[in-house]
Design a protein around this ligand. Structure first.
Ligand SMILES: Cc1cc2nc3c(=O)[nH]c(=O)nc-3n(C[C@H](O)[C@H](O)[C@H](O)COP(=O)(O)OP(=O)(O)OC[C@H]3O[C@@H](n4cnc5c(N)ncnc54)[C@H](O)[C@@H]3O)c2cc1C
Length: 329
């Protein structure tokens, strides 16, 4: 999330001031810090339930729960949506934000690009007494990607959230007890002890991108429109930028006294977001492929590349501005 966000929801996030990317098999190292980009912080990590509860409290009067939109059709004034209990809702615009497996988004655009990374992400919380709790770390080790992000947990200090991606048909088939000794290589790399404090959850990793984000009276945002490998921690940033640009286009339509669900406003949102989302998806895909290479010559080149970029302050600032959401259009 962007380094200058106004915390209107009064949540207390964990703040990331610096990030280190390490090649697990070499000496390659790339460091980013908020200070070098003149930002208050690089990123913020929020607890999902706290965020959801705060948002719900803000809009509790206008929320319908436990019902799904099963289908929709266009009318003269906008959209009529049918709900799972048989009732109907009418609106000028229906914004689809129901995640990667959205059926409604598929109705907007059955055409999409898709990548199955053949990887599983294991997520859990750990306690690491030796690490500063404003620092994020990412280690690329052969086909595994091990990411640590500071995470606030009541009663436990120096807690980090782990996202550990691994091959679906390899390491990911191991039981929790067999998997934990595999942490040793990361403990050695970081000269610290990693103590898991929650159970391990698994998520299969895919990416997808809709060919079109909208139709008359309806549009898809965030993971409904595009999903991405979590290695760059960009999923929700792209979604928030979609929401912010869509809000701008809605305001433009509203101020002009126009129907906000008109395809011309929605296409402007699509135009402003699709290329940048596509570029991020392709960039992360390329990064994934570079770090999956096992060739020793390539590894030397990769380690050299990391060290070279580490010395280019301008380039690093551009990375930070893209990743932290300063550039969203
Ligand atoms: C392992 C892993 C690690 C990640 N790490 C990061 C990270 O570090 N940083 C980052 O920015 N991103 C990360 N992401 C990506 C991030 O989680 C997603 O980009 C983000 O959750 C997308 O938000 P969303 O609201 O679009 O979809 P979701 O979070 O999927 O939310 C969609 C919601 O809609 C609800 N829903 C679904 N269908 C319906 C329906 N028909 N009616 C009503 N409700 C419905 C679902 O129950 C869900 O609550 C990670 C993803 C994974 C898998």
């Amino acid at each position: 999330m962007k380094g200058s966000m106004n915390w209107a929801l009064k949540l207390l996030p964990s703040i990331i001031q610096s990030m280190t990317v390490l090649d697990g098999l070499g000496t390659g190292r790339l460091g980013f810090s908020a200070q070098e980009a003149n930002l208050d912080y690089l990123a913020a990590v929020l607890n999902f339930s706290e965020l959801r509860d705060s948002l719900l409290a803000k809009v509790s009067n206008s929320v319908i729960s436990n019902k799904e939109i099963t289908s929709f059709h266009s009318t003269q004034s906008g959209i009529t949506a049918s709900l799972s209990d048989g009732s109907e809702l009418e609106a000028a615009l229906l914004v689809v934000a129901e995640g990667r497996n959205s059926k409604l988004a598929e109705l907007i655009s059955p055409d999409k690009t898709e990548t199955d990374y053949q990887q599983i992400a294991k997520t859990f919380l750990v306690h690491i007494p030796e690490l500063d709790n404003d620092r994020a770390i990412q280690i690329f080790h052969e086909t595994e990607i091990f990411a640590l992000m500071p995470y606030k947990k009541e009663g436990v200090s120096n807690t980090f959230s782990v996202v550990w991606s691994m091959p679906k048909n390899g390491l990911a088939t191991k039981s929790q007890d067999e998997l934990l000794p595999e942490l040793l290589k990361f403990e050695r790399k970081l000269a610290c002890s990693i103590e898991p404090i929650t159970e391990i959850l698994s998520f299969p990793l895919f990416a997808h991108h809709l060919k079109e984000y909208c139709d008359d009276g309806i549009c898809a945002i965030a993971d409904s429109a595009h999903s991405i490998h979590p290695l760059a921690g960009q999923g929700i940033n792209l979604g928030l930028a979609d929401a912010s640009i869509l809000a701008e286009e809605i305001a433009r339509g509203f101020n002009a006294g126009q129907n906000i669900g008109h395809i011309s406003f929605l296409k402007k949102y699509e135009l402003r977001r699709k290329a940048i989302n596509g570029a991020m998806l392709n960039g992360v895909d390329l990064l994934f492929k570079i770090f999956q290479q096992d060739n020793p010559y390539f590894r030397v080149f990769r380690n050299l590349g990391l060290k070279t970029v580490d010395n280019f302050s301008y380039l690093k600032k551009q990375f930070i501005f893209h990743a932290s959401g300063v550039y969203k259009i």
